[in-house]
Ligand binder design. Structure first.
Ligand code: GLC
Length: 551
């Protein structure tokens, strides 16, 4: 078996802490809840978990607004609970990746409280202050410049006023962040997921941006991937990642291939990989997500193949369909109907077949669907609550709600479905966000007991990734000119080639290609495939076919 970095053939399971498992009946998931469920994750076979922020926070953005980087928020447990979780995970052979938010802090962080005391504060320059705002809008609500009455200036908060941006130009800020990260590394964490990392470096001058529908200008072109960001990340690598051999993944929405290569090319010593969002933004959501829309399959194929071809040999890809900011993939690209499980397996095959580190989001291994919110009082996320208000100015209530219900991040944030018991086994209290309907039949316990479940299929795919060198490291090559709903590609190494074939349609498709000759099925999502014999792909069928090279 080829020996490379552990994370290259790994499957990393994202845990949205608030919604995974509540151990103390307060309706909110917590660290002991994760520890309790580690055996489940060991059975699934994942290599690592990524836990969303658990640090002290006012919770404006569910923990992505940190007020103390070194203390576990009591809502989620204690520092000792974290130590126990880490030790137990390591005992089970599961690595632990923590989520760190260093583009901004909470406005309650002592650094910001000090910074805002006066223009003369020694920490004034730790944040970004101006006398006048420009036209930039914030991600969640209103202007990106927030007036501070006490000191009479505006500070930059690209997401919201509750999340002031740190000034990375200031070396003291960088030092403080690196030493904080090093302390987590010393505790034994195995890596970091770096929140909105492409936004760290701000321009010298803040020019107005192009106006958008929101009535504000955009800042993305001036802020994202500003050249200085690579210097900061390289410095972070030298100070923290290299000394502790950490795996890192940076969230980089809007990142181009060229930039992603800079972040992930090993010789540049920046990050292990980034998350790019082009494939999940094809329904329009990278530009403006609050409209109905489905991801077009033809465009999806082009985008996914391009990232594979241009990054997987020279840099590295982080592969994902789902995370805590995205609606559920089965609802977006598969079906919620009778073929839900088959479509979930097809989507899994398509992603696991690619070259890169695979990220699996809680519930995806069960084929969980969107939540189908039916009233605004079921929504929790700050971003969608604001969007809903704005949509109400444009659309009748029913339409505004249906757009928000389709696109809200809350779709990913409803509780994990553990069993058919009350609240799906998530909590013995009242969950902070409603539990999805249908958990009596769609739940982890049921799927663990069934050999043809989505869970069992993921388990098999994870095993294959671990054992099959070609799946882990073989070169990617797309099969050209396939019928629109069919995505087919090859993975090739000197000993074996794999052909991955996925039918994204709810209909049967006829598809014959010479590449199938001499192949046998390594894995498939239906029992009696007619593909090799008749060239027929069943609705949502997926296959991994192998052919060994003659020696
Ligand atoms: C990232 C997180 C998201 C959060 C935002 C601001 O995009 O994934 O959940 O709201 O950063 O920190």
């Amino acid at each position: 078996m080829k020996k490379k970095n552990w994370w290259q053939r790994a499957v990393i399971y994202e845990i949205y802490l608030r919604s995974f498992r509540d151990s103390n009946r307060d309706g909110v998931g917590d660290l002991p809840g994760i520890t309790e469920k580690l055996p489940y994750l060991a059975t699934l076979g994942v290599d690592a978990i990524w836990i969303t922020p658990f640090y002290e926070s006012p919770g404006f953005d569910n923990g992505y607004d940190i007020s103390d980087y070194e203390t576990v928020d009591p809502l989620y447990g204690s520092n000792e609970d974290f130590d126990r979780l880490l030790a137990e995970a390591h005992r089970l052979g599961i690595r632990v990746i923590i989520d760190i938010v260093v583009n901004h802090t909470s406005d309650r962080h002592p650094w910001f409280l000090e910074s805002r005391t006066s223009r003369m504060s020694p920490k004034r320059d730790w944040y970004i202050w101006q006398d006048e705002p420009n036209n930039w809008g914030s991600q969640f609500d209103g202007s990106a410049w927030h007036y501070d009455e006490g000191s009479g200036q505006y500070y930059l908060g690209l997401f919201s006023g509750a999340q002031p941006d740190l000034n990375w130009k200031n070396p003291e800020v960088r030092e403080a962040v690196y030493s904080m990260m090093a302390r987590w590394a010393q505790k034994g964490v195995d890596g970091f997921r770096l929140d909105v990392i492409s936004l760290l470096a701000k321009p010298d001058v803040f020019d107005d941006g192009a106006m958008t529908d929101s009535g504000y200008g955009t800042w993305h072109a001036q802020v994202a991937n500003n050249p200085l960001v690579h210097e900061y990340i390289h410095e972070m690598h030298e100070r923290v990642f290299a000394p502790y051999s950490l795996m890192t993944v940076g969230e980089a929405s809007g990142v181009t291939l060229e930039e992603a290569l800079k972040y992930s090319a090993p010789e540049r010593k920046e990050l292990s990989m980034v998350f790019q969002f082009e494939h999940v933004g094809l329904d329009g959501s990278e530009l403006y997500k609050w409209t109905h829309g489905r991801i077009p399959v033809e465009a999806l194929k082009q985008v996914m193949s391009r990232w594979q071809l241009e990054l997987s040999e020279t840099g590295w890809n982080g592969l994902f369909w789902c995370n805590h900011d995205q609606p559920r993939i089965v609802s977006r690209l598969g079906t919620e109907g009778p073929l839900r499980e088959r479509s979930a397996k097809m989507l899994a095959t398509c992603l696991y077949g690619m070259k890169g580190t695979l990220f699996l989001y809680q519930g995806e291994e069960l084929g969980m669907t969107n939540a189908h919110f039916t009233s605004a009082d079921q929504l929790r996320d700050v971003e969608c609550l604001h969007a809903y208000e704005t949509l109400l100015d444009r659309y009748p209530e029913e339409e505004a709600l249906s757009i928000v219900a389709e696109k809200t991040r809350d779709n990913a944030r409803t509780p994990m479905l553990w069993n058919a018991g009350p609240k799906a086994g998530f909590s013995e209290g009242e969950p902070w966000i409603p539990v999805n309907d249908g958990y009596e039949t769609l739940n982890a316990e049921e799927q663990q007991g069934r050999s043809d479940s989505v869970f069992a299929y993921h388990r098999e795919l994870i095993r294959l990734r671990h054992e099959n060198d070609c799946l882990a490291f073989g070169t990617f090559r797309p099969v050209e000119n396939t019928p629109e709903p069919v995505y087919a590609y090859l993975r090739e190494d000197p000993d074996e080639t794999l052909l991955i074939v996925c039918n994204f349609a709810e209909e049967e498709v006829f598809f014959q290609i010479p590449e199938t000759s001499g192949r046998k099925v390594l894995l498939g999502n239906i029992p009696d495939s007619r593909f090799l014999t008749e060239g027929v792909l069943a609705p949502f069928e997926a296959l991994i076919l192998t052919r060994k090279t003659d020696s």
